[in-house]
Write a protein that binds this ligand. Structure first.
Ligand SMILES: Nc1ncnc2c1ncn2[C@@H]1O[C@H](COP(=O)(O)OP(=O)(O)OP(=O)(O)O)[C@@H](O)[C@H]1O
Ligand SMILES: [Mg+2]
Length: 409
């Protein structure tokens, strides 16, 4: 199920690294582009297809962290471009790239100011190693990029059937985290067709995730932050597209880039996923640090939970991120909690049933931390936030159930 590179090379903090590719050759430009698009920490700022335009491109935007310059199309022009970057933009590192292994050309590129050289196509490991070395030698330029929180946590919420309580958890968890002034929290509604996080927060947004995906090539931190709507609690919202048709235009590659930028400017990302296990949901799961699987004591929810958890635990990486949340505890039901534990293992957290308070909150568009801060259900959301952010310990039994099942297999 993995669609993300596992290694991080030297890209070890949460900074987003901005890259410009300069390469007149469609073939080699495409090779490098496809490789870097798979690395969530890299932000492909722009691609230049002519050596002559690089100066203008760099003058029109904030200096990138790395410029890759292809040597093959015209070595003399490539060397001029490298010198220009080295002299005018000392905080930008130049990576010389070439399909050929011409030692003389590489030497001249390094003398002109290139920091590293990469033969393409390269393995993912080689690319990550080179990028890591480049960034180490240019760390001051990266650490001074504005508005970057030190750490960011991405939390996906996925349901075991419709109406199981995902959006309620996303909104209330997000708002609970957002009232802490040290946090900058964004909720992205990835239930792209039927989402209703905007309704739950009573926000009318000017922009949606559909606008960001449609303009993904022009997307930068300024554009992204202007597109978010802010709730009174401090929670930012990136709503689902207005038109249902737009949802089908959003692909994993768009989402990966949007999430990378959101991570660069927020401490917490809450992702309210669809129930369709779509490619965008999978991309979100792979980008997450924590996956909350929401369950109720009800037959179809538990039945689906078994299937969903089996699929997630089959992936060794995703399996370690899962926390199963039991919602609406106390609701009248034929299935006991003990039976549910037998089926799917211990729950990491339990949220009490409180239909009246939740309904009131949804109808007014006010999260519980503002509307009913002392209610038992809000206290539960607060505890959930603390458990996820590591302020209280997780139940060890919740982890061992599926791990032991899969280790026997
Ligand atoms: N702990 C709870 N106690 C009582 N009612 C709840 C609780 N959690 C959710 N609900 C109610 O369940 C209904 C569905 O909740 P919600 O919209 O959050 O679920 P969902 O999984 O996002 O649904 P969908 O599949 O439509 O996206 C809402 O009416 C909500 O008020
Ligand atoms: Mg929902």
């Amino acid at each position: 199920m993995s669609n993300q590179p596992s290694q991080n090379g030297g890209l070890q903090d949460n900074s987003l690294v901005k890259l410009v590719i300069l390469d007149p050759s469609d073939r080699s430009r495409e090779i490098l582009r496809n490789q870097v698009l798979g690395i969530s920490k890299l932000w492909l700022e722009s691609e230049c297809t002519k050596y002559e335009v690089l100066g203008g491109v760099l003058a029109s935007q904030s200096a990138p962290d790395i410029v890759s310059v292809a040597l093959d199309a015209n070595l003399e022009k490539a060397l001029e471009a490298i010198s220009l970057v080295a002299q005018k933009y000392p905080q930008t590192a130049v990576l010389a790239v070439s399909i050929q292994q011409d030692g003389q050309a590489v030497l001249r590129a390094l003398r002109a100011g290139a920091r590293e050289f990469l033969t393409i196509p390269s393995s993912e490991e080689e690319l990550m190693e080179v990028l890591g070395r480049l960034l180490k030698s240019h760390s001051p330029g990266i650490s001074t990029l504005p508005g970057r929180p030190k750490k960011s946590m991405t939390i996906s919420i996925i349901g075991s059937r419709g109406g199981v309580g995902c959006t309620g958890i996303a909104v209330n968890l997000g708002a609970t985290l957002a009232i802490d002034p040290e946090n900058r929290v964004v909720l992205a509604d990835l239930d792209l067709v039927l989402g209703d996080a905007d309704v739950a927060l009573d926000l009318k947004a000017d922009y949606t995730i559909g606008d960001l995906a449609a303009n993904v090539d022009k997307l930068d931190l300024t554009f992204l932050n202007r597109s978010l709507s802010k709730h009174g609690t401090g929670l930012y919202l990136l709503p689902h597209p207005v038109n249902v048709g737009e949802a089908t235009q959003i692909e994993e590659i768009h989402l990966e880039r949007i999430l990378a930028l959101l991570r660069a400017s927020h401490t917490h990302l809450i992702l309210d996923l669809s129930k369709g296990f779509r490619p965008t949901d999978l991309a979100a799961l792979h980008a997450s640090d924590v996956i909350l699987v929401v369950v109720q004591l009800e037959l179809s929810s538990l039945h689906n939970a078994v299937r969903l958890l089996a699929a997630l635990h089959a992936d060794p990486v995703l399996g370690t991120r899962i926390k199963v949340i039991l919602n609406r505890v106390g609701m009248i039901t034929d299935i006991t909690q003990a039976k549910a534990v037998q089926l799917i293992g211990e729950f990491s957290w339990e949220i009490p049933n409180d239909h009246k308070t939740l309904m009131d909150s949804r109808n007014k568009g006010i999260p519980l931390c503002s509307l009913a801060p002392d209610s038992k259900v809000q206290q539960s959301f607060k505890g959930l936030a603390q458990m996820i952010t590591g302020k209280t310990p997780d139940k060890p039994a919740a982890k061992s159930f599926w791990q032991s099942l899969f280790s026997k297999a």
